[in-house]
Write a protein that binds this ligand. Structure first.
Ligand code: FE
Length: 172
């Protein structure tokens, strides 16, 4: 009897967690008039405006060029089939087929879904010579590009989970 009560309790806790996560994501996009998975028109939106429509942790990375802690993000171990979109604007960025298992602690890809999905800028901050990767539509900071990836591109797109949104193929 005690075991079945415990199982029922666990079921309700798990169900409420899943719902809270989903409604939070929906609420974020509902308040974001710039979000679209189909409109590819480049966006020119001020940081003051992004601050109003993005969750604080997304804004810190997308607009303030922050970095999430290694191994802290939602997607560094994800190997499900699906598509990764920019969380800020909905721009299609990566397919799961372009992702590879990396030990660096951030989701890593060897190619974008199409050539102009992202933009690239030299970044000499923090005493390092790196290439910054930004969203091709909204300019959100996504992460950095390195030359130590696997074939065929030998590139490693080292991305922040917080600025990505993964949509499994089954949920399209
Ligand atoms: Fe974007």
């Amino acid at each position: 009897m005690r075991t079945s009560l415990l199982l029922v309790f666990c079921f309700f806790v798990m169900a409420s967690c899943a719902n809270a996560q989903r409604s939070n994501t929906n609420a974020s996009h509902k308040n974001n008039p710039y979000y679209s998975r189909t409109d590819t028109t480049p966006l020119h939106v001020s940081n003051a405006e992004w601050k109003k429509v993005l969750p604080a942790e997304v804004y810190d990375i997308a607009r303030m060029k922050g970095t999430e802690y290694a191994y802290s993000g939602e997607y560094y171990k994800t190997d499900e089939k699906g598509t990764y979109y920019c969380f800020a604007c909905g721009n299609k960025l990566f397919r799961s087929t372009g992702k590879f298992a990396s030990t660096c602690g951030w989701p890593s890809f060897f190619e974008t879904i199409r050539p102009n999905a992202a933009k690239y800028t030299p970044d000499n901050s923090h005493g390092m010579e790196r290439t910054e990767v930004t969203c091709g539509r909204c300019g959100a900071h996504l992460g950095h590009l390195f030359d130590d990836g696997p074939p065929p591109s030998y590139k490693r797109y080292c991305m922040n989970s917080l600025v990505l949104e993964f949509v499994p193929d089954a949920h399209k």
